[in-house]
Ligand binder design. Structure first.
Ligand SMILES: Cc1cc2nc3c(=O)[nH]c(=O)nc-3n(C[C@H](O)[C@H](O)[C@H](O)COP(=O)(O)OP(=O)(O)OC[C@H]3O[C@@H](n4cnc5c(N)ncnc54)[C@H](O)[C@@H]3O)c2cc1C
Length: 391
């Protein structure tokens, strides 16, 4: 098993020119200030809503750091660059929070278009989707609560499932994977039900439908075990993407406001423990199960390497992958890829205005915690210092 040196910033940033790196340095330095992030986020959202001419500024800075482009054609350059370093792209049409049937049909059409591109491009491996982009949120919530749907609602739900089925079927026929993202716990029951139904249909041999599991939620290790059991009973390949989870504050706040116990683990340590147990369970069951270790946590990548080594799996085993978001944790992605592991980068594309919610989550994630320099900023600074010492 090859050793992976996650601190090797030379490999991590080999595809970035000095000026690109300096631009990222400036951006992450600004993002490091929580007050600035708060004010900047409000200002940019407001300015875009009023159609003030800030699109160019957003596009040249934060959008460029985290997104591929406004269209697939624009994203091609990034996809090609990643491909040269043996990193596959998970392409995501990054539009969120829609509520009308016309919006859902438009998103489905974009997903179909994304799939067509993926079929022609060997560097695009997987497409990603949020079911809240294809269904009305309230319908998913009702189904998750086990509430009966009125006739019209049932028809609406079936139309949504029809959209998902069309996408999964086309993905199955083209050998492309579909990540079904995990979302708020109060709609996740419906998302899981649909993901299982699609998996039973399309995960014949390859992992076509890959369901995300958030280990920051209590009881999700058992859900992975139940998913495997369901796959065994129904004769298909279980495929999961492990994540810690991105909606912690929202989950806690809703639980507080509505007076039910928070579904989130009691501490960060509990989340890490659950994540490790989940990863171990998946790698122990590789063959019957496919796993994508979707994380920016270096320890989780180390643990993947260690578990694969113990089990005697070669780094490029087709049923194990790791994934990171574009613009983040290049030290994990590029060093793992260099050592022969299957690595994927999640790359959103879409109109600047539409990907703002995604960009806000990224800036918040990269803000200083307890006055410490963010992980990304430390890495970029280290590489800039290495380059200046070399020259
Ligand atoms: C390729 C990819 C796909 C993704 N897809 C999804 C998706 O479908 N759905 C989704 O929700 N997220 C998704 N994410 C986001 C992911 O959940 C975040 O990146 C994650 O929150 C950061 O976790 P990490 O594994 O990088 O580890 P770290 O940065 O080490 O862990 C931070 C995470 O730990 C948890 N945590 C922090 N403090 C506490 C606490 N006090 N108690 C309990 N838990 C705590 C939170 O989840 C927090 O985000 C995806 C990420 C990647 C890289």
């Amino acid at each position: 098993m090859p050793q992976v040196d996650f601190s090797d910033t030379k490999i991590a940033f080999a595809d970035r020119s000095d000026s690109e790196l300096r631009r990222s340095h400036l951006l992450f330095s600004l993002m490091n200030y929580p007050l600035l992030v708060k004010a900047g986020t409000r200002l940019a959202t407001f300015a875009l809503r009023l159609h003030l001419p800030v699109k160019g500024l957003v596009k040249a800075t934060i959008f460029k750091q985290f997104c591929g482009g406004e269209s697939i054609e624009e994203a091609r350059k990034v996809i090609r660059k990643l491909g040269k370093s043996n990193i596959k792209t998970i392409l995501d049409y990054g539009v969120e929070g829609k509520e009308t049937e016309a919006d859902f049909d438009r998103t489905a059409a974009y997903l179909a278009k994304t799939l067509e591109y993926a079929r022609e491009d060997e560097d695009i491996h997987i497409i990603s989707t949020k079911l809240s982009g294809l269904f009305r949120f309230a319908i998913l919530e009702k189904v998750s609560n086990g509430e009966a749907l009125a006739e019209k609602e049932q028809e609406e739900y079936e139309r949504g499932k029809g959209r998902v089925d069309k996408i999964c079927k086309a993905a199955f026929e083209s050998g492309i994977g579909v990540h079904i993202d995990a979302e708020e716990s109060w709609i996740q029951g419906a998302v899981d039900e649909i993901a299982w139904e699609m998996s039973r249909r399309y995960n014949k041999k390859a992992p076509t439908v890959i369901n995300a599991v958030q280990l920051y939620r209590k009881g999700r290790l058992q859900f992975i075990k139940d998913s495997l059991q369901h796959a065994r009973e129904n004769g298909y390949l279980c495929a999961v993407k492990l994540v810690r989870g991105a909606y912690m504050e929202k989950e806690r706040q809703r639980a507080r406001e509505m007076g039910y116990p928070s579904p989130i683990q009691e501490s960060l340590e509990d989340t890490h423990r659950a994540y490790n147990e989940g990863l171990k369970f998946c790698i122990d069951n590789i063959g019957e199960l496919y796993v994508c270790n979707a994380t920016h946590n270096e320890q989780s990548c180390r643990y993947q390497v260690e578990l694969m080594e113990k089990k005697g799996l070669e780094p490029g085993h087709p049923l194990v992958a790791t994934a990171q978001l574009y613009g983040m944790s290049d030290n994990l992605s590029f060093n793992m890829a260099d050592a022969g592991f299957n690595v994927e980068k999640y790359l959103p594309y879409g109109p600047v205005r539409e990907v703002i919610p995604y960009l806000i989550r990224r800036t918040q994630e990269n803000t200083s915690v307890g006055g410490q320099m963010s992980r990304e900023l430390q890495l970029i600074r280290k590489e800039l210092q290495r380059r200046s010492a070399e020259s």
